[in-house]
Structures are given as C-alpha cells and as structure tokens.
Write a protein that binds this ligand. Structure first.
Ligand SMILES: NC(=O)c1ccc[n+]([C@@H]2O[C@H](COP(=O)([O-])OP(=O)(O)OC[C@H]3O[C@@H](n4cnc5c(N)ncnc54)[C@H](OP(=O)(O)O)[C@@H]3O)[C@@H](O)[C@H]2O)c1
Length: 362
C-alpha cells in the first residue's frame, strides 16, 4: 500500500531538526564570517529569482558587488530598478558600476516562466548560476490556486523553479561548469508529497499552509535529486539545494502581528537576511561544489547535494531518500509543467522541446 504520510518517528525527528536549527543555528554557523567573503566573480552571469526582498536581495547585491553580472528575475521590476539605482549610488566611487539588470517573471504563471526562459535563451549567451530563491509561505491563509490550477506553494516553490531550471539548460550548458542553486528549507523535513494529490485537494490530508509549504520544499529536493542523476557529468551542470536557516525576512509578513513582534524580540536566534544568504552564496561560488556533486553522482547517492545554513554538506530528510516517490515526483512534475518525459535528454542533445505553456524551446 502506498505511504499516506510520514511515520510518527520521522515526523518527530523532522520537528526535532527544525527546532534544533532554530535554537542552535547561530552556534553552528559561528565559524562563518558575515558577510560571507566572496572571490572576484567578474566572469559569472547569475540569475536570481525573488531578488527584491529578503535573502534574494542580499544574494543579488553581494554577487554584483563581487563583480558578477546579476540578473534580478522579479515580479515587480519597478521595485527592482529602484534597488539597483540605490545600490549604484552606494557603490559609486568604489569601482566600475555594478553589472545588474532586471527582467520580469511571475512564478504564479507558467507562461511567464516560459517567456522569461525564451528571452534569456535567445541571447545565446552563457548562464553560470541560476538561483531559484523566490518563494512563498502564506502562513495561516486559506488554500489558493494559481491560474494554471496548482496550489500556490507548490507552484511558486517547486513547479515554476523546476520549469525554469529545465528550460534554461541550454544556457547553463553553454556556461558550464554551471550550477542551479535551490533555496530550500529545513521545513522539507516535515514535508510529505502525495504524488496523486499534489494540490492537496483530495481530502486525504487536511490543507494548512504548513502542509503546502513543507510539501513544496520536499518536492523540490526530490525533483532535484532525479535531475542531478539525469544530468550527465559531461553537461557540466550541477544542482544543489540549500537551507538558509531561520531568517528574518518578509516571508513572515502573513504571521499575526504578535508573532511578528516576537520575531523581533528574539534576534539572537533568528538570522538576518545577510546571514541567511550565506549558504546560497557558498553553493553558488565555492570551488569544491562541482567536485562534491560529481562524487555523489559517482557513488550513486540517492539525493542531490544539500548545503545547510552553516555551509556544510548535510543529508536531506529520510523521506527525500525515498527513490520511488522521487521518481514519481519527477514524472508528475514534468506532466504538470507541460514538458515531455525526455525533455532533459533532448535539451542536452541540443534538440527542440515543446512546453505546453508557451512557444518552442530550442
Ligand atoms: N526566511 C526564512 O526563515 C526562510 C527559511 C527557509 C527557507 N526560506 C526560503 O528562502 C527563499 C527566500 O525567502 P525570503 O525569506 O527571503 O522571503 P521574502 O523576503 O518574502 O522574499 C521572497 C521573494 O520571492 C518573491 N516572490 C514571491 N512570489 C513570487 C512570484 N509569484 N513570482 C516571482 N517572485 C516571487 C518575492 O517577490 P515580491 O517582493 O514581489 O513579493 C520576494 O522577492 C524562499 O524560497 C523561502 O522559502 C526562507
């Protein structure tokens, strides 16, 4: 019989991990400098989704200040352009102007994701780092669906980044060695994916925002693990999931005001956005990452690389090791985002792939 949810021991261990991270993340990460020192990155082109606030904003600013060509992939271009202006003003006199541009993408629309990828791929230039950072956690809100018909956490946190990652493969291969960095969460430890009910509508599980969020983050780890296996070493594209820690950002905007106030009262435990950006920046730039990913591949390790908030390789949840479910998540995801089952192999061979949500990809 198919598994209906996490076993109670798995569930308890998941919550233990989460609470442990919340209480001790600062001690575990005490060896890290803040901001994380970065090498000169003048040869890198990086796309960062959701870079108008929180962790993504910090990632974009620090990569740009280290010399990278940064593309802010955002749903509010006006807000992003204002940030760029502010950063350029603060940076003036310290060297060449920052190399940042803004492009629009709304992850609640798979058409928008396809349009973004088409526009980027049409440049025929390299992409070295894609950081899938944008995410939502609509705490306490009723269940909502995108116009594509998918539960919003699943769409923004998993389906849209999965589509973006696959459609950008031609550019990532052109930029190889290159990386896809998924800003995931320790919350995937309490997640469970029912591949027959990705929208959590069947009534088998009661929907809460916690179920929506944690399932979407686990689905991302499982999908990434299969993508990691399917990408041959010669393609030179590696995939890493990271946990930023528990971070003070706008992600808590839907929390009751009293809980938000409590967040401010316990700054010792909660990371700043700059501290929360370190694991993603590490995964995007550290020279040992490709070797680590290849090692996992050679060992036929069942999960993709996962970097914890203290920039150490760590093991994703027990459920993430369920290879049967990961394969089903892979198949279901491709069907939901309108791609054929051999999309990755065809894109690697330079063939055209049609996506149900937009025009042709080549
Ligand atoms: N904060 C934490 O404690 C924590 C812990 C674990 C994991 N994370 C993960 O870290 C990532 C960044 O979150 P954050 O904490 O920095 O939160 P945040 O401050 O709320 O930033 C989220 C970003 O995602 C963007 N975004 C949301 N929906 C989008 C959509 N439909 N299309 C395009 N962009 C969209 C937001 O854009 P707008 O400004 O336009 O809304 C914003 O720029 C998320 O994936 C989150 O799950 C956070």
């Amino acid at each position: 019989m198919a598994k209906q949810g996490l076993g109670w021991m798995e569930w308890l261990r998941g919550w233990f991990n989460l609470i442990y991270e919340m209480l001790f993340q600062r001690i575990m990460a005490s060896h890290l400098q803040n901001p994380l020192p970065l090498p000169p990155l003048n040869d890198l082109t990086c796309i960062i989704t959701g870079s108008t606030s929180g962790i993504g904003l910090e990632i974009a600013r620090q990569l740009a200040e280290s010399g990278a060509h940064v593309v802010m992939a955002v749903r509010k271009p006006k807000a992003a352009n204002e940030l760029v202006q502010k950063w350029q003003n603060e940076w003036s006199g310290r060297g060449l102007p920052l190399n940042i541009e803004v492009m629009e993408v709304d992850l609640l629309s798979l058409d928008s994701v396809v349009r973004f990828a088409e526009a980027w791929n049409a440049r025929l230039g390299p992409l070295h780092v894609l950081i899938n950072n944008a995410g939502i956690f609509s705490i306490g809100e009723p269940q909502k669906f995108s116009k594509d018909g998918y539960e919003e956490h699943m769409q923004v946190n998993h389906l849209a980044p999965a589509l973006l990652s696959i459609l950008l493969l031609p550019s990532l291969i052109r930029g190889s060695p290159s990386r896809i960095v998924n800003v995931n969460s320790i919350m995937h430890y309490v997640g469970f994916v029912d591949t027959e009910d990705m929208n959590v509508v069947s009534g088998k599980r009661k929907y809460t925002s916690l179920v929506g969020y944690s399932s979407s983050k686990l689905a991302q780890v499982m999908f990434s693990s299969i993508l990691h296996k399917r990408l041959p070493a010669e393609a030179g594209v590696n995939i890493v999931c990271v946990s930023p820690g528990i971070v003070q950002t706008n992600v808590a905007r839907d929390l009751p005001k009293i809980v938000q106030a409590a967040y401010h009262l316990i700054p010792y435990f909660i990371f700043s956005a700059q501290e929360g950006s370190r694991s993603a920046l590490f995964a995007a730039t550290d020279h040992q990452i490709p070797e680590y990913c290849e090692l996992l591949k050679a060992d036929e390790w069942p999960v993709c690389a996962f970097i914890s908030q203290d920039c150490h390789p760590t093991n994703p949840s027990e459920e993430a090791h369920n290879t049967g479910t990961s394969q089903k998540v892979w198949e279901k995801t491709l069907a939901m985002i309108g791609l054929p089952s051999d999309a990755v192999e065809r894109l690697i061979e330079g063939q055209e792939v049609k996506c149900r949500y937009g025009a042709h990809q080549g």
